[in-house]
Design a protein around this ligand. Structure first.
Ligand SMILES: [Zn+2]
Ligand SMILES: [Zn+2]
Length: 279
């Protein structure tokens, strides 16, 4: 149910969005009445801009037509550690943004919002006039914007040899990173791995986030695509077997230099403590 076909700037009622998402019958409460509802991996945001909606409070939601940047306040008491919000930030869920500027049933489709940044604890006034807090997002609805998680990964882990903006090589690296972070495949890989070994750990060094970080580390591991897409000419479809689970340290070392390491090379480095090997 990915890639739902909505046309930018067309208007849709909640009802129409509900059925476009493949649902029938009565809308779920969140979907029908609140600021956002989720169906599988898709979150639908219904954003009131500049007037009071059902919740009878004004959030300072804003949309800049020029840059397609959206300022969006989550529900009361929402914050970045809640699973749904976390998945939006990590790009695990598609965030379909619909907005309206008055109290009509139609919302204008703005696009899929990519998180540029967010702030916990933004203060808002609830319907009783009391101050409360929620998360505030800055989103880009511009199709050309890669998600925040992809971009920030570049800065930190591709220190050398990142091709120029707009070049084919860079696009392929973007694609590579997208596969590693965003797809269902990653979840499938983790599920298969966990079923097989009973836990998640780094395939190179054995690091287990849960062992070290307890509940906070549970379920966390990075996914590495072992085929460097930017080095292959042909189009390939990614299979679960093309993915390896790595801890953040190992993953970073793989990508740190222009020539990415293979898993074998990485394992060898670890065995030798990084010292040059004598043959
Ligand atoms: Zn590792
Ligand atoms: Zn990787």
């Amino acid at each position: 149910m990915s890639n739902l076909k909505f046309s930018k700037n067309n208007t849709y009622t909640r009802e129409e969005i509900w059925s476009a998402a493949g649902m029938s019958g009565k809308q779920e409460f969140n979907f029908a009445r609140t600021g956002y509802g989720r169906i599988d991996d898709n979150v639908f945001a219904f954003i009131n801009i500049g007037f009071k909606g059902h919740a009878e409070k004004i959030f300072e939601n804003k949309f800049d037509e020029e840059t397609e940047t959206l300022i969006w306040y989550g529900k009361k008491k929402s914050h970045s550690q809640q699973p749904l919000i976390r998945n939006i930030i990590d790009g695990e869920y598609n965030l379909y943004c619909f907005a309206r500027w008055d109290n009509t049933p139609e919302f204008r489709y703005l696009g899929i919002g990519k998180v540029l940044d967010y702030k916990d604890g933004a203060s808002v006034i609830d319907k009783d006039g009391k101050e409360t807090t929620c998360i505030r997002f800055r989103l880009s609805c511009d199709d050309k914007t890669a998600s925040h998680s992809v971009i920030s990964d570049f800065d930190e882990s591709f220190e050398e040899g990142l091709p120029d903006e707009g070049t084919e090589g860079r696009k392929k690296i973007v694609k590579h990173k997208k596969i590693e972070r965003n797809t269902k495949l990653v979840r499938k890989k983790k599920a298969i791995f966990k079923k097989k070994y009973g836990k998640l750990f780094c395939e190179a060094c054995g690091f287990d986030f849960k062992n070290t970080y307890g509940a906070r580390g549970e379920g966390f591991i990075e996914c590495h695509h072992i085929v460097p897409l930017h080095e292959t000419k042909k189009e390939i479809t990614t299979k679960v077997d093309d993915l390896a689970l790595l801890c953040s340290n190992c993953h970073r070392m793989v990508h740190r230099k222009k020539k990415w390491l293979t898993l074998d090379e990485l394992t060898k480095l670890l065995k030798n403590g990084g010292a040059p090997t004598r043959t």
